[in-house]
Design a protein around this ligand. Structure first.
Ligand SMILES: O=C1C[C@@](O)(C(=O)O)C[C@@H](O)[C@@H]1O
Length: 173
């Protein structure tokens, strides 16, 4: 069984999708992508929430919230943060939610610095150059292949309870 609760995240300037450099990013808008994503997940019996921001800290806060919401998988287009944000990488690693990195354009066929990603080595999968179809492919992958993590979270919280008990025993009162 695949992911049942997916979060779709888009970083800076992707609110301009559809009008922004259409020769690179095409003419589909972000709302088109988000609406299609919700429909795709719901026809598979899953829930999908979406969020876009131009602000790094706001994106990080949204990722932190995803853990409380029990999100099983994140599909993220970090946009320009891909090439520069250690903080965003750390946020994804911090919540320990599997994620798929997606880029509309083929970042490897553009400026050299776009080939550098702070996310790819930790992503479940990386998609680029498929245009907005990449979002559909990423969501399909999550629906089919990313496992629901309820059991893992229980194990992790048990471990932390256990660990904090050990610490309580050791620390001076
Ligand atoms: O904003 C973006 C969009 C992008 O992530 C893409 O979807 O192709 C590629 C990035 O290099 C760029 O900064």
């Amino acid at each position: 069984m695949g992911a049942k609760n997916i979060l779709l995240l888009n970083g800076p300037n992707l609110n301009l999708l559809g009008t922004r450099e259409p020769q690179i990013y095409g003419s589909t808008t972000l709302s088109d992508v988000e609406n299609a994503a919700v429909a795709q997940a719901s026809s598979a019996g899953a829930k999908l929430s979406y969020f876009q921001t131009n602000h790094e800290g706001v994106l990080i806060d949204r990722i932190h919230k995803a853990r409380e919401e029990g999100v099983d998988a994140i599909v993220i287009n970090p946009a320009a943060f891909t090439h520069q944000s250690v903080a965003l990488r750390d946020a994804l690693l911090g919540v320990n939610i599997p994620f798929v990195e997606i880029h509309v354009s083929n970042v490897h066929a553009r400026e050299e610095w776009r080939s550098k990603s702070y996310f790819s080595d930790k992503a479940e999968a990386v998609i680029c150059g498929l245009g907005v179809f990449g979002y559909k492919a990423a969501i399909e992958f999550c629906l089919e292949h990313i496992k629901v993590r309820a059991k893992l979270s229980t194990t992790v919280s048990k471990y932390y309870n256990h660990k904090s008990k050990i610490n309580q025993d050791k620390w001076p009162q």
